[in-house]
Design a protein around this ligand. Structure first.
Ligand SMILES: [Zn+2]
Length: 170
């Protein structure tokens, strides 16, 4: 591509002529303005081609969060239906467990993150003791789970969850 001819403003800022698709002059802009839009577009462009890209990982995360919050319907600790979070038991960095249905429950923001009396993040001991008692079968799965590699692509995880989530609209 031919480099556009540049100009300088009085303050010595680089200026670019902006042209339309047939090359007619439309505007003159600073480098920042002329390229900001293009850069933003580039940054935002999701990498849909790669089934293991962040784009599909984010899609899988949102679909999983919807699943957990719909399944539980309320904070399993206090019953609140407000500010529900999808709280992971094993951390999300453990990819093989990240989207396992036994590895998350719905908790309100307070009981997920903020309460020193009871929240997973601020008082994990209390949380685990409660969890073992509240969901003994899930606890058994959690306690005996062995970490292997994630056997699906992020895209496959997402597509599976999307199907499962159709039940909430039925
Ligand atoms: Zn709660």
């Amino acid at each position: 591509m031919k480099r556009p001819k540049t100009f300088r403003s009085k303050s010595n800022k680089k200026l670019y002529p902006v042209r339309d698709s047939v090359g007619r002059f439309v505007d003159i802009q600073t480098y920042e303005r002329a390229h900001r839009k293009a850069m933003r577009r580039k940054k935002r462009a999701p990498d849909k081609e790669d089934p293991n890209s962040k784009y599909w990982r984010n899609k899988a995360d949102s679909a999983f969060s919807i699943f957990i919050r719909k399944r539980d319907g309320e904070c399993l600790f206090c019953g609140s239906k407000e500010n529900l979070h999808c709280a992971h038991i094993y951390p999300r960095e453990m990819k093989a467990f990240r989207w396992k249905k036994w590895n998350a429950i719905a908790l309100c923001a307070k009981h997920h993150k903020f309460s020193i009396d009871f929240s997973f993040h601020k008082n994990p001991i209390k949380f685990i003791l409660w969890f073992m008692n509240k969901l003994p079968d899930t606890w058994k799965t959690v306690a005996t789970a062995t970490q292997g590699p994630l056997t699906q692509t992020y895209k496959e995880v997402y597509e599976e969850l999307k199907e499962v989530n159709k039940q909430w609209n039925a």
